[in-house]
Design a protein. Structure first.
Lengths: 295, 190
């Protein structure tokens, strides 16, 4: 594969992800704007949000200055050279940082020193999976720190919530998480949830839910119903855009489930802000983009 | 309503929760490292009296020798809660700009010293970068890194919502209280 082409393709993927919200997110936000009452700060906040989305697209600049954790999800053929891919991804991220599509966002946890390039241990993050096609599907999520900080993991049973090891218990956790987040994760937000798994894979799977579109329907009917129920109830909390109070607190709720140990029952919740930056593309053998995803 | 820095105490004390206002003049970014530095007795390299500190880690790049702001929305303010009351007092701030609101200590400092919490729209990095007309200066760039530095911005009509005022009111504690009641009802019904 042509390394230069691959780098250029990934750089364009980073630019699009940072500067241009996917259509499903934008249309969901538009419906939210229509729902809020005239003259309220909730409506005002969503008007600014829309103005911002348009401005970022027009100027080709980051929607949010916190360009967040850089999460690549790569599905490739069985002979995909993951080390070469990482090298191209790192080069694209470094270039995107120099161009201002990404903020200098990677800090040494011991010294506090910013690497200035977004490269360093744990940044960016790559998830590789083997697919059945000859092409490489690359999905990218940029997730800011404000929303990452309000993520939470519950271990059931939870006495304070009266939450047992069942779906009713899970539902209580999800509503509690939305309440606890208030506007701090840049509401209206999206919940990515994993029921089960261990503590690490639970959070990883909760984030993978953000690869779904807001308009999709969960193939598992039990989870689909739970998603609908949580959306309705969370939006009755009245937290609203930015926590100003209002009708739209959540834009989406996406739930997955993994098996658990008999002794454990984790509910892992990742919160995504309204600036839900998710893009993807299919890259052919030449390293060039053959198709954009989520369009 | 447009307020130009330095803002008088009288103007600040006339503001109420829920008002949408615009700030023109000087604002200074300052987030985790800056607050910690000041709280620990470190000197502030610039006089911020009468203006606002902005919880923001912007994207700023140098183009042809000039700093250009590429994105500049607010960061979550609550992390500065342990330091904010002292920083308001020490620097003579009239405004704290951020997102997500702050706690009781900051609310009390707002009442005592004549300061308000100005909520910028989180994530609106372009709308807010658009009203920065000039980067006047930067401090602690080397020491703290770009997002954590103090950037002195000249702004024109920077839009904010007053969510904590000098009268002891906080929209954040109101919404939190109301939503907690609702949460309890919902949980009881599951």
């Amino acid at each position: 594969m042509n390394t230069k082409s691959l780098q250029a393709s990934l750089l364009e993927l980073v630019r699009r992800t940072s500067c241009d919200l996917p259509p499903d997110v934008e249309s969901t936000l538009r419906r939210a704007l229509a729902r809020e009452q005239k003259g309220t700060t909730a409506k005002y906040a969503l008007e600014v949000v829309h103005k911002n989305i348009a401005l970022a697209r027009e100027k080709s600049l980051p929607i949010c200055q916190d360009t967040g954790s850089i999460l690549f999800y790569v599905t490739g053929p069985k002979d995909l050279d993951s080390r070469a891919f990482r090298k191209a991804g790192d080069a694209a991220v470094k270039a995107a940082t120099e161009l201002g599509y990404l903020r200098q966002n990677s800090v040494d946890s011991l010294t506090g020193k910013n690497s200035g390039t977004n490269l360093g241990p744990g940044s960016p993050v790559y998830h590789f999976e083997q697919g059945s096609k000859r092409t490489i599907a690359v999905r990218l999520i940029l997730k800011g720190g404000g929303c990452e900080n309000v993520g939470i993991q519950y271990a059931l049973p939870n006495g304070a919530l009266g939450a047992g090891r069942d779906l009713a218990g899970v539902e209580k956790c999800l509503l509690d998480a939305v309440y606890k987040a208030q506007g701090k994760g840049c509401a209206p937000g999206i919940l990515g949830v994993c029921i089960g798994g261990d503590r690490a894979i639970g959070f990883a799977h909760s984030k993978e839910q953000f690869l779904r579109t807001l308009e999709d329907k969960n193939p598992n009917p039990t989870l689909a119903k739970l998603e609908t129920r949580v959306m309705k109830k969370a939006n009755a909390l009245g937290i609203g855009p930015m926590g100003f109070g209002g009708k739209t607190t959540l834009l989406g709720c996406k739930i997955g489930a993994l098996n658990r140990l008999p002794a454990s029952f984790f509910v892992s919740i990742s919160y995504m802000c309204w600036a839900y930056r998710r893009r993807g593309c299919v890259i052919g053998g030449s390293g060039k983009v053959s198709r954009w995803l989520y369009t | 309503m447009i307020m130009t820095t330095p803002i008088s105490e009288e103007v600040i004390r006339s503001l109420h929760v829920g008002q949408v206002v615009e700030v023109s003049g000087s604002v200074f970014t300052g987030r985790d490292s800056v607050h910690r530095h000041l709280y620990d007795g470190g000197k502030c390299p610039v006089d911020m009296r009468g203006s606002a500190i902005y919880h923001c880690g912007p994207v700023v790049v140098k183009e042809n020798g000039v700093w250009v702001v590429k994105a500049a929305g607010p960061t979550t303010s609550i992390r500065e809660e342990p330091y904010q009351a002292d920083v308001i007092r020490m620097l003579g701030l009239r405004g704290v700009i951020g997102k997500g609101g702050m706690g009781k200590q900051t609310l009390e400092a707002c009442r005592e010293h004549g300061c308000v919490y100005m909520h910028a729209i989180g994530g609106a990095a372009q709308v807010l970068a658009d009203v920065v007309t000039e980067v006047k200066d930067v401090y602690f760039l080397e020491k703290f890194g770009s997002p954590e530095a103090i950037w002195h911005f000249a702004v024109e009509r920077f839009p904010v919502v007053i969510t904590m005022d000098t009268h002891g009111n906080s929209l954040h504690s109101d919404v939190e209280g109301d939503s907690q009641k609702k949460l309890q009802e919902l949980i009881a019904g599951i």
